[in-house]
Write a new protein. Structure first.
Length: 283
């Protein structure tokens, strides 16, 4: 074989994988980072608390993933799992939408609440799950958060609240908006008895959630690059007729302007919260 024959057999173009080859790759095996576009093994991403190893982008966490990352193994006891929303306004197809999202997520409602131990320290937690109708705050979600706050008052334990929401749930109208007052009133009761409330805002925390309980913490924290705000950027710019800064409504912008106490990387979240809880117990 001469050199010419050797090079003539080399493929000039990459082949396109067959449909069979594509099907042999398990779904969910790889994840592409929406920030830096790096493709990584999903298993490795989960080991890193769903934080991109290349750029530090914080992927969204489900409610149970969040709790697993914070509480000591085997200590979490869930509250009010069966509470669900109804359709008081007879909004078209609302029941079908709720049933479909329940089947998809395994959740009855967009909040997971309960109690457990964090580095051996007792705490109560409520976590909003953005997979459930974008974490919108319906009457059931507000009820679960309120009951968690009331449990913190009764048991004299600190409460942690992780927000991730697009705001009020339009299918429940004014009943959804009433949850702002309901949860805020419960937090005022907690404040009067000297209870500890730590609010952590994740991506995104917007609308009525950001305007009520999410901003009422004794400590107000956020994850890096989280979108936090009430109205949308475009609406604000059209109203005030000014162009807003590039980083407007990010966690870092709010920290710089005094609306947050700290932006905490997910890898430091458990230790930071546990230290605060321990400090308050000692005092």
């Amino acid at each position: 074989m001469n050199i010419k024959d050797l090079f003539s057999k080399k493929k000039r173009y990459a082949t396109i994988p067959s449909e069979r080859a594509k099907q042999e790759v398990p779904e969910g095996l790889m994840t592409k980072c929406p920030s830096c576009r790096t493709i990584m093994y999903t298993k490795e991403l989960k080991k890193n608390l769903l934080v991109c190893a290349s750029c530090g982008h914080h992927h969204r966490m489900s409610g149970y993933e969040r709790i697993e990352s914070l509480f000591d193994e085997g200590t979490f006891i869930e509250y009010d799992k069966g509470i669900t929303s109804v359709n008081p306004l007879q909004f078209p197809d609302y029941e079908k939408k709720l049933e479909a999202i329940r089947q998809k997520t395994g959740l009855m409602e967009g909040v997971v609440s309960g109690e457990g131990l964090m580095n051996g320290l007792p705490a109560i937690i409520a976590v909003m799950d953005a997979r459930f109708i974008m974490g919108s705050m319906g009457s059931a979600a507000g009820e679960k958060i309120t009951r968690a706050i009331e449990a913190a008052i009764e048991q004299k334990k600190p409460i942690l609240l992780f927000s991730a929401s697009g705001g009020a749930r339009m299918q429940e109208g004014v009943l959804s908006l009433m949850q702002m007052a309901k949860t805020s009133a419960a937090l005022e009761k907690l404040n009067r008895v000297g209870g500890l409330f730590i609010s952590v805002m994740t991506h995104p925390t917007t609308g009525g959630v950001s305007a009520s309980f999410a901003s009422l913490g004794d400590y107000n924290f956020a994850e890096p690059k989280a979108l936090i705000g009430f109205a949308g950027r475009r609406i604000i710019e059209q109203t005030i007729r000014q162009e807003l800064p590039e980083d407007f409504q990010t966690a870092e912008f709010l920290l710089e302007h005094g609306q947050l106490d700290r932006v905490i990387h997910r890898s430091e979240m458990k230790e930071t919260l546990a230290k605060i809880i321990e400090m308050h117990q000692q005092s």
